[in-house]
Design a protein around this ligand. Sequence first.
Ligand code: HEC
Length: 149
Amino acid sequence: MKFPAIAVAATALFAAPAFADGHATGDAAEGENVFKKCRSCHMIVADDGTEIQKGGRTGPNLYGIYQRVPGSVEDYRYGDSLASISEEGLMPDGWVEEEFVVYVADPKAWLETKVEGNARSKMSYKLRDEQEAKDIWAYLVSVGPAPES
Ligand code: HEC
C-alpha cells in the first residue's frame, strides 16, 4: 500500500538522508523555499485532496512526481510532446532526479531529446540553477508518497 508521507513530513527533515536515499541528492528544506518559483503554475495536492502547496493550475499537480510517468496526470491537458511520452510509453520508469533537473532547466530542449519531430513545451519557465532544481526534487520526493523501492 502506498501511504501518504504527509504524516511524517514533520520528521522528514531529520530523516531526509534515509528518506531520500537513491532518489534525491538535494536539500528538501531549501527546496520547499525555492518551490516559490513554481507555485504560480503548480500545486502539490495529495491523492486524498490534502493541499501540501496551494498553487496555480497552469501546470499539472506535482504530487508524487517521483517515478510518475511524464505527461500522465489524467485531468491535465499537456502539450502534444509531453503527452506523447506517456501515450507512447517512452519513459515507463517515470521521473527521476537526473531527468527532472534537465527538464526544468529547459523543458523544450529536454523534449527534443525524447520525441520525434518538432518538440513543443507548454512550460516556458526555465530553472537553470542545478542545485535549486535538485533541492526542489528532494522536497517533492519528501512530500510525496513513500517510494515503493
Ligand atoms: C509559467 C508557468 C510555469 C512555471 C513557473 C513552472 N511550470 Fe512546470 N509546467 C508548466 C506547464 C504549462 C507544464 C506542462 C508542460 C507541457 O504540457 O508541455 C509544466 C510541466 C512540468 C513538469 C512535468 C510534469 C508531468 O506531469 O510530467 C514538471 C516536472 C514541472 N513542470 C516542474 C516545474 C518546476 C519544478 C517549476 C519551478 C522551478 C516549474 N515547473 C515552474 C508551467 C510552469
